[in-house]
Unconditional design. Structure first.
Ligand code: ZN
Length: 184
């Protein structure tokens, strides 16, 4: 089944996610539904707060980037209780969008490489290093599990310029071609 995507103005997007317990009911089904929801809205990543569940859980399918980055050919993963514990010192821009902010695309600066510990969908502990688009998408989704969004990563000036647009969005004035909702 697919979930509606929670849009800007929904407080759950600003709430830090709870760790997922190993006996979380039907975790496999939730992960499956998150992938289905993500595909239905043409996203490459989706975090649990975006479907109204404040949990440390996100899914990514970056296989669409395989032409330019062949190592992403099988990059379809769930990240449970992830912790990014190391970042490279650089900061590179990349034009990001977010299903919870339909129609908004902004250049966001982030470190180009990360190291991350997490449980995969089989609850196996992983400790991995990523660069390129994978590092970018992981950092974006990881932010959601901390109650942050890409808007928080923009300069104060960019945020000021977006303020009225975001205000209108949180009152329901936006267009999205996928299922959305705002829950106050
Ligand atoms: Zn997002």
């Amino acid at each position: 089944m697919t979930y509606p995507i929670y849009v800007c103005g929904s407080p759950v997007l600003k709430k830090e996610g709870e760790p997922v317990s190993k006996d979380y009911p039907e975790l496999g089904k939730l992960i499956e539904d998150m992938f289905e929801t993500m595909y239905a809205s043409d996203g490459v990543g989706l975090a649990a707060p975006q479907i109204g569940k404040p949990l440390k859980l996100f899914v990514i399918d970056a296989t669409v980037y395989k032409e330019n980055e062949p190592e992403l050919a099988d990059f379809k993963k769930a990240f449970i209780n992830a912790e990014i514990y190391a970042y490279s010192d650089d900061s590179v821009p990349y034009n990001e969008g977010c299903l919870s902010f339909p129609g908004i695309h902004e250049d966001v600066n982030r470190p180009s490489r990360i190291k991350i510990r997490y449980l995969d969908e089989n609850l196996v502990e992983r400790d991995e290093e990523y660069g390129g688009t994978a590092a970018r998408v992981i950092q974006h989704e990881y932010d959601h599990t901390l109650g942050k969004t890409f808007i928080d990563r923009l300069s104060p000036l960019r945020r000021t310029l977006l303020k009225s647009k975001l205000g209108a969005m949180s009152k329901g004035k936006y267009k999205a071609d996928y299922k959305t909702r705002i829950v106050k």
